[in-house]
Write a protein that binds this ligand. Structure first.
Ligand SMILES: Nc1ncnc2c1ncn2[C@@H]1O[C@H](COP(=O)(O)OP(=O)(O)OP(=O)(O)O)[C@@H](O)[C@H]1O
Ligand SMILES: [Mg+2]
Length: 219
């Protein structure tokens, strides 16, 4: 069973002369254990592909299946619940909640009944990402690379099956990039699937599969 199956997905923004087709008939399958990197120039459609795969942007045509569930066949509420249970997302701009502490941000995706165990797991993850001393601080007081790692911890706290990450090492020094990439490799080795977007050779080298994207097309 595929964790992610994208079939013939097309997405166009705008109309007429201004129209930009960000995804052109894109198909992609990720099995358990997949660790796949997408590389390509700015504007080629990488973020659009991740948002579509993550249930956050409905394509104009084609299907997106996560664990054999068609995401866009679900209602908005059902899709939100399905995403919360199965998909972790690291946004290019992090989107941390500014008035919550680092630890509160990480445990925010957990359902209430998970909080005790989740909090312990979240603290373990913060330690793993060299953030233990930052747990009770607000995101605004952290460096960009630190906030990037908080965003990754939050994406992984629910133990999703699919992890989607937009430039997850873009702001990290090589030591912390290694920590993050190792965490992703372990996540894949445990039966998850990782799809990351990157401009960086170090991230692409650690991935098992690298795909080049050009003007909305996967090569
Ligand atoms: N909400 C939107 N409205 C209109 N056009 C959009 C929108 N989102 C993306 N686009 C356009 O779609 C194309 C693909 O954008 P996308 O953000 O997917 O690129 P990207 O590969 O992630 O680039 P980068 O490496 O700079 O992050 C671009 O031409 C962009 O201008
Ligand atoms: Mg992008």
């Amino acid at each position: 069973m595929n964790i992610l199956s994208i079939e013939n997905v097309t997405k166009t923004f705008g109309k007429g002369d201004d129209a930009v087709t960000a995804l052109k008939d894109v198909s992609l399958q990720l099995e358990p254990g997949a660790f796949t990197a997408i590389q390509g120039p700015s504007g080629c459609g990488k973020t659009t592909l991740l948002l579509t795969a993550g249930g956050l942007l409905r394509p104009d045509s084609g299907t997106v299946m996560v664990l054999e569930q068609s995401l866009y066949a679900l209602s908005i509420e059902q899709r939100a619940a399905y995403r919360a249970a199965n998909i972790g997302f690291v946004f290019q701009q992090f989107h941390l909640i500014p008035y919550l502490t680092v630890l509160e941000n990480v445990i925010a995706p957990l359902l209430k009944d998970n909080h005790k165990a989740g909090r312990i797991y979240a603290e373990e993850m913060l330690a793993r990402f060299n953030l233990a001393t930052h747990a009770n601080k607000l995101p605004a007081t952290l460096s960009t690379g630190e906030r990037q790692r908080v965003a990754l911890a939050r994406a992984m706290v629910n133990k999703p099956k699919l992890l989607l990450a937009d430039e997850p090492t873009g702001n990290l020094d090589s030591e912390n990039a290694d920590v993050v990439l190792t965490a992703m490799a372990d996540f894949a080795a445990e039966g998850g699937a990782v799809l990351l977007v990157t401009h960086e050779a170090i991230a692409a080298e650690r991935a098992k599969t690298t795909i080049t994207m050009e003007k909305g097309v996967l090569k």
